[in-house]
Design a protein around this ligand. Structure first.
Ligand SMILES: [Cu+2]
Length: 219
């Protein structure tokens, strides 16, 4: 016959094992969401990822801009952007926003991408059928490779100073940036357009991970 003491000890052990298992399962699901977004990934040796940016997201009774990772039908906070090293990364950035005043001119130039250009697609007049021709004029009218965005048109930037990457984001446009990230590790990404709160515009979203800053985790 099991003593009362042994019985309770057994119950405690079972509860602890159960708790750890539930905890591990929870940790796994959370870490999968934050570090390995579904819906993005490598196809044919190319890694595809899409970010979306919207202007009016509620933070402490203020409305502020925010970047999300588009993932399997969800918008996940862009806290931790995981990217493979030594792989061509095709980053699509969709911005529903307007220019941010006071963006320093030095962030106009595209750097760190293949050819130091991005493909810029006008969100309001984009069409594959323009002009008097019935043929598709994709690259002529639909999107163009540009090496800079005028500072006055920049809504935000995706800047990773440590790897020399600067992608100025034009409000209301879609952009496609291709680049390689060959040094593994964690690097801060930061918007350099002062789009946050406070007199300098450097509060709120600008200093909050998953809004206008976060981490590039290169593995
Ligand atoms: Cu910004």
């Amino acid at each position: 016959m099991m003593s009362e003491k042994t019985f309770y000890a057994l119950i405690v052990v079972i509860v602890i094992i159960g708790g750890v298992s539930v905890g591990a399962a929870y940790y796994k699901s959370v870490s999968e969401i934050s570090s390995s977004p579904h819906g993005n990934g490598t196809e044919g040796g190319v890694y595809y990822i899409t970010l979306l940016e919207t202007m009016n997201n509620s933070m402490n009774n203020t409305m502020q801009p925010r970047f999300f990772i588009v993932s399997n039908g969800y918008l996940l906070p862009a806290i931790n952007i995981s990217l493979p090293s030594h792989t061509l990364i095709v980053l699509t950035v969709i911005s529903y926003d307007t220019p941010t005043a006071g963006t320093p001119a030095m962030y106009s130039n595209v750097t760190g991408t293949v050819g130091n250009v991005i493909t810029l697609i006008n969100g309001t007049s984009a069409t594959g059928m323009m002009g008097n021709s019935s043929s598709m004029q994709m690259m002529g009218n639909w999107g163009a490779n540009v090496s800079s965005i005028p500072a006055g048109n920049i809504a935000h930037t995706i800047t990773v100073a440590q790897i020399g990457l600067n992608i100025p984001v034009e409000g209301g446009f879609t952009e496609i940036a291709k680049f390689y990230a060959n040094s593994t590790g964690s690097y801060i990404w930061q918007c350099m357009a002062p789009c946050g709160t406070g007199p300098s515009g450097w509060g709120g979203s600008m200093v909050t991970p998953g809004w206008m800053t976060g981490t590039f985790y290169i593995y």
